[in-house]
Every structure is written in structure tokens, then in C-alpha cells.
Design a protein around this ligand. Structure first.
Ligand code: OAD
Length: 244
């Protein structure tokens, strides 16, 4: 269902109401901070090479080249500031307290945390983290790598802690994310095409548990079919009522 949102599903309605809220985000919200989306005009996957480098095949065949592609993104994300929509979600969390159950993000940018959000489930991992290939230990990438990239010898035992194409969710907090979705009264799904099916599965599960699913996206996509309400606008437009 598209159209004007009922008051209780608007930002001010969420603030004033008693409903518990969870949020799923995708690349659309990060595009407001200047990062490319994956699909569509100027998306990462317009470039076949990027599709390959984000895959488990590249990890097996050319780990060094893959690492350096991720390191480039690590550097550019480091200099990226959250958009108004990221800050609005962090404010909503602070205002709702216990009633704000969390943000489940497919984005690896770290922008929700940078904006001050606390309850963040990074189901595709984080570009700021790496994982030991043998032990599975996770570490934050050293800040110094922004200015002086590491040599291959420093990287050899590690891989980016992001979910590659062709990998399962085993190392990522999907069960926790599912639990959050199943516990909320209102689920906002913001800026995801749903081509990677996880947001659709999370939304279906939330809906089965009684939640109202609100899809915030200026364009049609896979989430439309299962959402209770489609807000056909950008995240910035949804959150604009909090612009001073
Ligand atoms: P996509 O690039 O597939 O979709 C981005 C969505 O954002 C589209 O539906 C746009 O219409 C929408 N959009 C664009 N600008 C927006 C705005 N200002 N406000 C709201 N929506 C907007 O990105 P994702 O669905 O996030 O996985 O992609 C899912 C996963 O596919 C990614 O996490 C990545 C990729 O493979 C991994 O890297 C593991």
C-alpha cells in the first residue's frame, strides 16, 4: 500500500507513540552521505570487476587484490560523514530508549555508529573490521592504515570482516537481527532494493510476529510486496520533519 503515512508511522508519531521500533537499512541511506549504492545508475555493480572483488571467488584466487579494493573503500568511508538520516535514527534511539530495539544494517560503512547509534547489527560486517583466517579473531583496522596502507605481509593472515558473495551469514549477527525484527511493533525498512533477499525475509518474519512494516524508498523494489505501507520517498524526506 502506497500513499500518505498514518500519523503513528511518521517520525513524530514514533516519537510520541508507545510502539517499539526496529529498523533495517540498506545502501539508499548511505547514498545520502555520498556513498554509491550497489545497483542502479552509478552503483558499484555497474562495474563487473567490483562484483567479482566482493566475492568469495576473489578471496580464494586473488586475496591481495581484493584486500586493496576493500582498503580503498576503508579510506574513502573514513572521510565520509553520516547524513541527516543517520543522525535522525541515532536521535530516535536516544529518545525511545528501551522501545528502540535496534538498527539492522546491510551497510558495511559504519555510518550508523559514527552518527551515534548504539544498537547496531551489522549483518554484512564492517569495513573497519578484519577477521583472522585461521582463528576467526576479529580486529579493528588500525587508524594508521588510512594514511599509510599496509603491505601484503601484514594482511596475509587476515581478510576483511564483510560478507562476500557466495558466503553464508555464519559469522554475522543474523539470528539476533531476526529476534529484533520479531519483537518490534513497527519495522522501518529504509533504502534497500531487497535483491539480496535478507530484508524481505526479516520483514516477513516481523510481519508474522505482528509488526507493521513500513518501506521507505523512492523507487519500487522487492520490499514493496510484503510491506504494509510504502513511503515512496527518500530517507531524508521521511526524516525531514526533524530538520530544524
Ligand atoms: P541496492 O543498491 O541494491 O539498493 C539501494 C536501494 O536504495 C534502492 O532500492 C534505491 O531505490 C534506494 N534508495 C536510493 N536512494 C535512497 C534514499 N535517499 N532513501 C531511501 N532509499 C534510497 O543496495 P542494498 O539493497 O542495500 O551486500 O544491497 C544489499 C546488498 O547487496 C549489500 O549489502 C551488498 C550487496 O551485495 C554485500 O556486500 C554482502
Amino acid at each position: 500500500m502506497s500513499g500518505k503515512l498514518p500519523q503513528e508511522l511518521t517520525l513524530s508519531g514514533l516519537r510520541e507513540g508507545r510502539a517499539s521500533v526496529a529498523v533495517v537499512t540498506g545502501a539508499g541511506i548511505d547514498s545520502e552521505a555520498g556513498l554509491p549504492t550497489f545497483r542502479g545508475d552509478k552503483g558499484y555493480y555497474e562495474d563487473e570487476e567490483a562484483t567479482y572483488l566482493a566475492s568469495v571467488d576473489a578471496l580464494k584466487a586473488e586475496p591481495s587484490r581484493q584486500w586493496h579494493w576493500y582498503l580503498k573503500r576503508f579510506v574513502s568511508y573514513h572521510d565520509t560523514h553520516p547524513a541527516h538520516s543517520h543522525f535522525a535514527l541515532a536521535e530516535l534511539e536516544a529518545e525511545l530508549g528501551e522501545k528502540f530495539l535496534g538498527i539492522i544494517t546491510q551497510n558495511v560503512s559504519g555510518l550508523h555508529r559514527k552518527a551515534g547509534s548504539q544498537k547496531v547489527y551489522e549483518i554484512h560486517g564492517s569495513i573497519q573490521e578484519m577477521r583472522n583466517l585461521k582463528t576467526g579473531e576479529q580486529q579493528t583496522l588500525p587508524e594508521t592504515w588510512v594514511e599509510s596502507p599496509p603491505g601484503d605481509e601484514e594482511l596475509i593472515s587476515w581478510r576483511p570482516h564483510v560478507c562476500f558473495f557466495g558466503e553464508s551469514y555464519d559469522c554475522f549477527p543474523l539470528p539476533e537481527a531476526m529476534e529484533v525484527c520479531n519483537s518490534c511493533d513497527i519495522l522501518l525498512v529504509i533504502g534497500t532494493s531487497g535483491v539480496v533477499h535478507t530484508p524481505v525475509l526479516l520483514s516477513e518474519s516481523a510481519q508474522r510476529s505482528g509488526a507493521v512494516v513500513v518501506n521507505i524508498n523512492p523507487h519500487p523494489g522487492e520490499v514493496d510486496k510484503i510491506s504494509d505501507m510504502n513511503f515512496r520517498g527518500s530517507a531524508a524526506e521521511y526524516f525531514q520533519e526533524s530538520v530544524l
